[in-house]
Design a protein around this ligand. Structure first.
Ligand code: TRP
Length: 446
């Protein structure tokens, strides 16, 4: 058993570092752009408040009481049939799927930090060619940057909870906030700022389809790092007497503010230069660099800052994606941290390489299944299916399987009776049914 614990601000920083990631700065803006802006943002916000936060607290609670890896948590906390419930803890393996494509994207970001210094593409077309070339043709460069991102992540986790994960978060999170704040202040001076606010906060319901609804719910899970035991695992290292409700609330607030802030910054530039908001995953890699380049040397500075912030956000999340499986192997098989990470790295690395080649044009047909590339499958399978499913299982478990007295004993210290009842109701009925409905709708009716 590992005993290192986070310090007081260590947990909040680490949990916020996990939550704030590519999901906030890369995915959220492009998804909002693709799904019509305001209406998508509103659904996402409602999901975060009414479903995400409840499940977040449920995960923290499970980790807090059990103090074990996710598999042991389900096993120990189930009043009966723990030997069956432990399989729910296998949700930690979703991390392997997520990490493999997540580190590829961090690799792209590394490359863009370099590009930002000296050769920003000057038009959207040349930016598109550059990005397309990096992803679809010149696989070697992409492969090298993927290796950097991948092994950096693993190295941090090898160093452990305190010397690796906590330390990185305590340094990088404040820097990230400072950079984003500076970019936000600058974007306030541009013409596009008003349009960005209008686009993100004025809902046009006609643009919201059933698929967008599922995506908004799936993204709420992704952005809060829910549904695969990350938060549960971090909560096992909580310092004693931490107010877990307040901390959860703070993490959700920080995560949401950063997503909205990043969205406003990005769309300010998009509208300032009359670019299209709905370009999908290329949004921050294609449009933004081309737009930044129009600002001359200032553009280089902004671009470097932006991609450095994105890299920081990505790394602090990537480490949190590996930790649950790591703790599982350490606890259940008595492996050392290094050995368990070696094992995880081998599998994840192979998936990662497959995902890279699924985007490379000459090889993509080897890695296309059911009409989708392996990279897209990993993303879709984890965000749209496995994470919501994992979140639903956690909600069901805490709401219906664990004894209420046990749940109440811990949470009543930090919640009034009314808030507890609201939370319990939300975990039992709202979180479980909402996710189930959206998933059934998606799988069978669209
Ligand atoms: N929340 C991170 C983001 O928004 C990604 C992430 C980190 C994550 N840990 C996770 C997603 C665990 C799901 C589960 O980019």
């Amino acid at each position: 058993m590992e005993t290192a614990r986070f310090g007081r601000i260590g947990f909040i920083m680490a949990a916020a570092g996990s939550a704030v990631g590519l999901g906030n700065i890369w995915k959220f803006p492009y998804m909002a752009g693709q799904n019509g802006g305001g209406a998508f943002v509103l659904v996402y916000l409602l999901t975060v408040v009414f479903i995400g936060l409840s499940i977040f607290i449920a995960e923290v609670l499970m980790g807090r009481i059990s103090r074990g890896d996710s598999v042991s948590a389900f096993e120990e906390l189930a009043p009966k049939h723990g030997n069956l419930w432990k399989y729910a803890g296998f949700m930690v393996f979703t991390g392997i799927l997520i990490l493999s494509f997540y580190t590829i994207v961090i690799g792209w970001i590394f490359k863009y930090i370099f590009i930002s210094f000296y050769s920003l593409p000057t038009t959207v077309e040349s930016a598109g060619t550059l990005f397309g070339g990096m992803v679809g043709v010149e696989w070697f460069q992409q492969f090298v940057f993927f290796n950097m991102a991948f092994f950096l992540t693993i190295w941090i986790v090898v160093r452990g909870v305190k010397r690796g994960i906590e330390k990185v978060n305590i340094i990088l999170m404040p820097l990230l906030v400072i950079i984003l704040l500076a970019l936000f202040l600058y974007s306030m001076t541009l013409d596009g700022f008003q349009d960005a606010l209008h686009f993100l906060f004025y809902p046009d319901w006609s643009k919201l389809s059933g698929t967008s609804l599922l995506k908004a719910v799936g993204h709420a899970f992704f952005t809060l790092s829910l549904g695969m035991g990350t938060i549960m695992t971090y909560a096992t290292s909580l310092p004693k007497n931490e107010d877990i409700v307040k901390s959860s609330f703070m993490v959700a607030v920080i995560d949401t503010l950063i997503a909205l802030g990043a969205g406003i910054i990005i769309f300010t530039f998009i509208f300032h230069f009359n670019a299209k908001p709905s370009q999908g995953p290329g949004l921050v890699f294609i449009s933004l660099p081309a737009l930044f380049s129009q600002l001359g040397i200032l553009g280089n500075v902004i671009s470097v800052s932006f991609f450095v912030a994105l890299a920081f956000a990505g790394i602090t999340s990537a480490v949190s994606i590996v930790e649950p499986t790591t703790l599982y192997l350490i606890n259940r098989f008595g492996m050392s941290r290094a050995k368990s990470l070696t094992l995880i790295s081998i599998v994840t690395y192979i998936f990662g390489v497959m995902a890279i080649f699924s985007n490379v044009k000459v090889y993509s047909h080897y890695f296309t299944y059911f009409g989708k590339g392996y990279f897209d499958i990993l993303d879709y399978l984890s965000s749209a299916i496995l994470l919501p499913l994992g979140g639903m299982v956690i909600a069901f478990f805490v709401g219906f399987v664990m004894q209420k007295s046990r749940v109440h004993a811990v949470l009543s210290k930090y919640m009034s009776e009314t808030v507890f009842n609201l939370w319990y109701f939300s975990v039992k009925y709202i979180a479980t049914t909402a996710v189930a409905l959206v998933m059934i709708n998606k799988l069978f009716f669209s």
